[in-house]
Design a protein around this ligand. Structure first.
Ligand code: ADP
Ligand code: MG
Length: 353
């Protein structure tokens, strides 16, 4: 499968909007890359550049398996695309929609029939072959869009928020199916989403983007556990924040002092620093404990029962309320004190500015 390289690619639109600062990205053959970031950060522009629907500014270069495709049109690049809105032909049947690209490519009628049948079966929509698109649910339409995109055996599959319009349960189900499909086909894929859970579930690697720049590239585990900067930490859900100070290789938070620990490997460069730091962590960064073991004591402001656990909103530890998870059976009452310990290996730590 096809390796894609973007070298020194940037994009400023005709109206002067600078959508992308110059960046480099290599997507290995067969790899699923997820572009993750808030709306307007440039995800779709990268996808359209790979497709040949936009061209990078002068100086940028895009190669497929080493071949320069920078100025090649979409027809020449053999890409498959799936969007949030289905872009299917509403008056045609499912089978006709999936056959369309094959027909354009000059595939014979007999061969078309075989390939369409195989695609519909792969997407579990063979029983819908003769239905019209406007008679299908949203999830069924996205299955047709996927079948149509892969029917032409593209070199790369480009998916732009394909599940965003679907309800939560269906989103998770289709996400699992897309994951299995991408592994089975071994196709190079670029998947755009603003949903961190989707990104973690689907990506071999994730590219986190912020305002037209790449904030971090890494495996889901690296992005989740070792965010490289406050933007990534915040965007992938490390919502709790505290301020501290690094001094003499130790972390000071208020009157508490913490030794640097092994789990800090990825932030080793922080240990020798002196000065104020910002700490980011998730709801598992603090654990509820007995008073004598506590690093901090706060006050329970709210309790959300989540079935397998409870999520507490706790004030009085830092300037902002914190989320802390506790066992589903623990006694928790709004207004009461709660003692907790810091799980210092769960921290992301950055210089404060
Ligand atoms: P995302 O997909 O991450 O939401 P986009 O790639 O669509 O972001 O857009 C990135 C930036 O470029 C945004 O500021 C957007 O308004 C701008 N943009 C996108 N397309 C055009 C265009 N054709 N002309 C001018 N600005 C555009
Ligand atoms: Mg977009």
């Amino acid at each position: 499968s096809t390796q894609i390289k973007l070298r020194h690619c940037a994009k400023t639109f005709a109206d002067g909007t600078r959508a992308l600062a110059p960046f480099d990205l290599t997507i290995e053959g067969g790899e699923t890359i997820v572009l993750l970031g808030p709306s307007g950060c440039g995800k779709t522009t990268i996808l359209r550049m790979i497709a040949g629907l936009e061209f990078p500014d002068a100086g940028g270069m895009i190669t497929f398996d080493g071949d320069d495709v920078t100025r090649q049109s979409i027809e020449k690049r053999r890409v498959g695309m799936v969007f949030q809105s289905y872009a299917l032909f509403p008056n045609m049947t499912v089978a006709e929609n999936v056959a369309y690209g094959l027909k354009v490519n000059g595939v014979s009628a007999a061969e078309r029939q075989t390939r369409v049948a195989a695609m519909l079966e792969m997407m579990h929509i063979d029983m819908l072959a003769d239905r019209r698109i406007d008679q299908l649910s949203g999830g069924q339409r996205q299955r047709v869009a996927l079948a149509r995109a892969i029917a032409v055996q593209p070199r790369v599959l480009l998916l732009d928020e394909p599940l965003t319009a679907l309800d939560a349960k269906l989103r998770v189900r289709l996400r699992t199916e897309i994951n299995a499909l991408l592994r089975k086909l071994g196709i190079t894929a670029v998947y755009v989403t603003h949903d961190q859970e989707e990104a973690l579930a689907l990506g071999d690697r994730i590219v986190v983007m912020q305002k037209g720049e790449i904030a971090q590239i890494g495996t889901p585990r690296e992005i989740y556990r070792s965010p490289k900067n406050p933007f990534v930490a915040d965007f992938v859900g490390a919502a709790n924040r505290l301020a501290g100070d690094m001094r003499d290789g130790r972390l000071h938070i208020g009157s508490q002092v913490f030794e640097a620990v092994d789990g800090w490997n990825q932030y080793n460069d922080m240990i020798d620093k002196t000065g104020p730091v910002e700490l980011f962590f998730r709801a598992d960064g603090l654990s509820v404990c007995e008073r004598e073991d506590a690093h901090f004591t706060g006050r329970i402001e709210a309790v959300a029962y989540l079935g397998d656990k409870q999520r507490l909103t706790v004030s009085g530890i830092g300037p902002q309320a914190m989320m802390i998870d506790t066992h589903a059976d623990d006694l928790t009452a709004v207004g009461s004190d709660v003692h907790c310990r810091f799980n210092i290996e769960r921290l992301a730590i950055f210089p404060a500015h």
